[in-house]
Design a protein around this ligand. Structure first.
Ligand SMILES: Cc1cc2nc3c(=O)[nH]c(=O)nc-3n(C[C@H](O)[C@H](O)[C@H](O)COP(=O)(O)OP(=O)(O)OC[C@H]3O[C@@H](n4cnc5c(N)ncnc54)[C@H](O)[C@@H]3O)c2cc1C
Length: 446
């Protein structure tokens, strides 16, 4: 009998700050009674929730069960920086430009399908602008090298025919209030989300259409007749098909061994700024910047019902165990404080209220872990760091593959080359962590 057992389950380090600043939410139930389903989805991040929505759209009569190990918005879906990006965003590049004009055009069109899907969700859920804001983003530079990256990326966008605007030092300071930046490249297509608010809203919306369970980790699954039996600590689901939408933890079931790179990112969110601090900072009440060097520091200013706050996101580390440590989180926090002081000398004394870590999953060649792995077992994992748009897209695509036998989205992911293997341990960890440290050091003030 074919059986897959989870070697490990997700463990989070630090609070999911975006979720912590929202009012408490009534938990959804735990799975505590055996059920039957047509399709069982494992994981309630962007991919899993989007798969559930798309499956329900395609066939409202389907009995769908979604099992989330923790609480919605407590995993990476509630721990990211909230950039739902339409343009090429190759984190391994020097300036984000992607794989060539045709490949980039195709990826942009697909990312925009994901953004349109999310825009419908935001409208149905009546998400306010503070949670779903189609405001675009800036690539900001702080050095001459960064300025050159921005100019290179602008030239790439020109070739793609994508609208963008270059801002000089004074103009970017008028927006951010920060004297740190020397130039900015604005592109209008990114949607900035409050990721926990979005994830909560989507899960609440789906709760009437799909059987959603929180605190219900899948510990294993085994073949049973023509279907599968999915195990959780308290009960089981007899199901026709399974969608694994648990990102890097797909490896915990034994799939894609040594093909996935488990990277941890770290973020800090400030306490709410006081009126005098807001005045001292100046600039606009909401903006979002990614660094001109992809390994630099992303910063966001948010304002709304949860106060006027600043997010700092930088530092990364590689963990084959899919979890980091409190010590690494503390060390990242020191770096965040330094980056904050460099950017906001006009905000002395502002403290960070929440600090957290979160995992994401990359492959060496940028391919995803997508498709049918075993008869009736599907994967929509490995978002290569861009999981808000790409996780949404993979969720849509896997639903279309199951229900329609294929689609433009599914075909895109199915056509990607196989995921290459990583070197054995400890070489993979040593190599990856040295590379990350070098890239972060090289990004300097960016
Ligand atoms: C600090 C940080 C900043 C980031 N910023 C951005 C950004 O600005 N833009 C962007 O696009 N991406 C960003 N990312 C990456 C993004 O968050 C991820 O790529 C995205 O969450 C992946 O979506 P997903 O649905 O595939 O996986 P996840 O969001 O990780 O969801 C998978 C879910 O599966 C659950 N799970 C795992 N194992 C099991 C099991 N055995 N049983 C049941 N459930 C299970 C987990 O609890 C989790 O909730 C960032 C990530 C971090 C950590």
């Amino acid at each position: 009998m074919t059986r897959f057992t989870a070697k490990r389950l997700p463990r989070q380090t630090g609070p999911a700050g975006w979720n912590a600043i929202l009012p408490p939410q009534t938990p959804l139930p735990e799975l505590d009674q055996d059920l039957t389903a047509d399709i069982t989805i494992v994981g309630g991040g962007f991919a899993g929730l989007s798969a559930a929505r798309r499956l329900h759209q395609l066939d409202p009569s389907l009995k769908i069960v979604l099992l989330e190990a923790g609480r919605f918005a407590e995993g990476s879906a509630g721990r990211n920086s909230g950039f739902m990006i339409d343009l090429p965003h190759d984190l391994a590049s020097d300036n984000y430009a992607g794989d060539g004009l045709d490949a980039d055009r195709a990826m942009i069109a697909l990312n925009r399908q994901a953004i349109a899907f999310a825009t419908d969700i935001a409208a149905e859920c009546e998400l306010p602008q503070e949670a779903f804001d189609p405001c675009g983003k800036f690539n900001v530079a702080a050095t001459r090298g960064g300025d050159a990256n921005n100019r290179d990326f602008a030239a790439h966008l020109n070739r793609l025919g994508e609208p963008h605007t270059l801002y000089d030092r004074q103009q970017i300071q008028q927006i951010t209030g920060s004297p740190h930046y020397t130039s900015g490249l604005y592109a209008p297509g990114t949607v900035m989300i409050q990721p926990a608010a979005y994830t909560r809203a989507l899960s609440s919306r789906l709760a009437g259409q799909v059987n959603l369970f929180e605190q219900s980790p899948v510990t294993g699954f085994e073949q049973q007749g023509t279907g599968w039996l999915v195990n959780t600590p308290k009960a089981r689901v007899a199901t026709g098909r399974i969608v694994l939408a648990n990102n890097g933890h797909i490896e915990s079931f034994g799939f894609f061994p040594r093909q996935l790179m488990h990277i941890c990112l770290y973020a800090s969110l400030s306490e709410p700024l006081r009126a005098d601090q807001i005045k001292a900072l100046g600039g606009q009440p909401r903006w979002a910047v990614t660094p001109a060097d992809p390994m630099g520091t992303s910063v966001r200013r948010v304002s709304g019902s949860y106060g006027d706050r600043i997010l700092i996101r930088t530092c990364s580390s590689f963990h084959p165990t899919i979890e980091t440590s409190q010590m690494r989180l503390r060390n990242a926090g020191w770096v965040h404080d330094r980056k904050f002081r460099e950017r906001f000398p006009n905000l002395p004394g502002v403290q960070m209220e929440h600090r957290w870590a979160g995992m994401l999953c990359l492959s060496r060649n940028g391919s995803s872990a997508f498709g049918e792995l075993e008869s009736g077992v599907y994967s929509a994992c490995c978002q290569n760091g861009l999981g808000i748009a790409r996780g949404t897209l993979q969720g849509m695509g896997i639903a279309e593959l199951i229900q329609k036998g294929g689609s433009e989205i599914a075909d895109h992911f199915l056509a990607q080359p196989d995921l290459p293997r990583l070197p054995p341990e400890p070489f993979a960890s040593l190599g990856a962590n040295s590379y990350l440290i070098w890239k972060e050091w090289r990004s300097g003030k960016e």
